[in-house]
Ligand binder design. Structure first.
Ligand code: ATP
Length: 353
């Protein structure tokens, strides 16, 4: 998964207040050399602030930032290395291109490797981002999404071993995003470069990340491989990012079981939910299957999505609804069972972002 043993980036206990409010509340994070991490979290959870701190565009109030083994920020270390001396490739939400330079020059200048080599690198990277034919244009003549792709090509052109990418695909349509994700991943991996990629879009996490970092209210609630997060989400927000739906109240019933509002005991993956304690449960759509002793349910809607039927069910014993995924359209009424490995129950005190 990762290319080296030495971390390229380490954050220790980073705190940051903005406008009198805590925005980052004790971030500990290590990024391995060659690792692609995707930072996801709701609006206002602190993602951009975290990226700006790594970039040096924002200072920490306490804690420490260590880049390539060198302290770059932290009151205890009395050291601050400014952004221009951190050798990072960056894309921030506003593309900020040089208006008087052509698209190709904007990318070539970032490559900074002598005019011919830089121009060749720029042409190749503009091809990667699908803008091979726009090299001679000025930024003002581009759409928002095209500007964003130039900014991405420019970050890749820097040759930096660490890229900071804040929503670099957000202005692009879904088809372009789909096409770019594997190209970005291939480009980074072929050169063993690390990236910290901020996104709202869980497809970015699935398709780009070696490791997903979930930020909730200024804290990292979980940081692990996509598979680890999927199999054992630590919070309802993580479960939701991984694709869990529904959310209904249950009670812990001991040893991996919960009691439904209707009193039925079903198996579940209980995350810190004590027996008898109130909890909220949610499930992945493929948790649902049919069984003769299942819970009576009525199908209230279905859509055909990417080769499978995505269904919505009202279960007799559950308020709210559950979602299913099936190869064939199921009947209107069915008896459903829920795979305990894909039904998660969390204490109700756990915040739902
Ligand atoms: N300069 C500032 N002064 C005061 N509050 C700020 C400032 N910058 C950011 N904040 C607040 O800090 C919180 C985190 O902001 P940040 O931009 O890091 O969130 P985010 O997770 O990137 O959000 P989004 O996904 O909406 O871009 C927000 O509540 C924001 O309003």
């Amino acid at each position: 998964m990762t290319g080296g043993t030495n971390p390229i980036l380490r954050l220790e206990s980073v705190h940051r207040n903005l406008g009198g409010q805590p925005v980052l509340r004790g971030i500990d994070l290590t990024l391995a050399s060659g690792e692609i991490a995707v930072l996801i979290g709701g609006s206002g959870s602190g993602k951009t602030t975290l990226l700006r701190i790594v970039a040096g565009l924002e200072r920490v109030d306490s804690g420490r930032v260590v880049l390539r083994g060198t302290d770059v920020d932290g009151p205890g270390t009395r050291r601050f290395i400014p952004p221009e001396r951190r050798s990072l490739g960056m894309v921030f939400q506003e593309a900020a291109l040089w208006p008087h330079l052509t698209v190709q020059e904007n990318v070539a200048i970032a490559a900074g490797r002598g005019s011919e080599a830089s121009a060749r690198a720029a042409v190749r990277l503009l091809e990667v981002v699908g803008l091979g034919s726009l090299g001679a244009r000025l930024p003002d003549t581009l759409s928002g999404g095209q500007k964003q792709r130039v900014a991405l090509a420019r970050a890749l052109a820097t040759g930096s071993d660490l890229l900071l990418l804040d929503e670099p695909l957000s202005s692009l349509d879904e088809m372009v995003r789909d096409r770019l994700r594997p190209l970005i991943r291939d480009t980074l991996r072929s050169q063993q470069r690390s990236a910290l990629f901020v996104s709202h879009d869980r497809m970015d996490a699935w398709r780009l990340a070696d490791r997903i970092l979930v930020l909730e209210n200024g804290r990292l609630s979980q940081a692990d491989t996509p598979e680890a997060l999927y199999r054992a989400p630590a919070t309802p927000t993580v479960a939701r990012y991984m694709g869990a739906t529904g959310s209904f109240l249950v009670r812990g019933a001991g040893s991996g079981r919960v009691a439904t509002p209707g009193g039925r005991i079903v198996g579940a993956t209980c995350v810190d939910l004590a027996s008898g304690a109130p909890g909220v449960a949610m499930a992945y759509p493929d948790a649902l299957s049919f069984a003769s002793d299942g819970i009576p349910a009525r199908r209230i809607d279905s859509i055909f999505e990417a080769g499978r039927w995505r269904t919505r069910w009202r279960l007799a014993e559950f308020p709210g609804e559950m979602h299913g995924l099936h190869d064939h359209l199921p009947p209107d009424h069915a008896l459903l069972q829920i795979d305990p490995a894909k039904l998660f129950a969390f204490p109700v005190a756990t915040s739902l972002e």
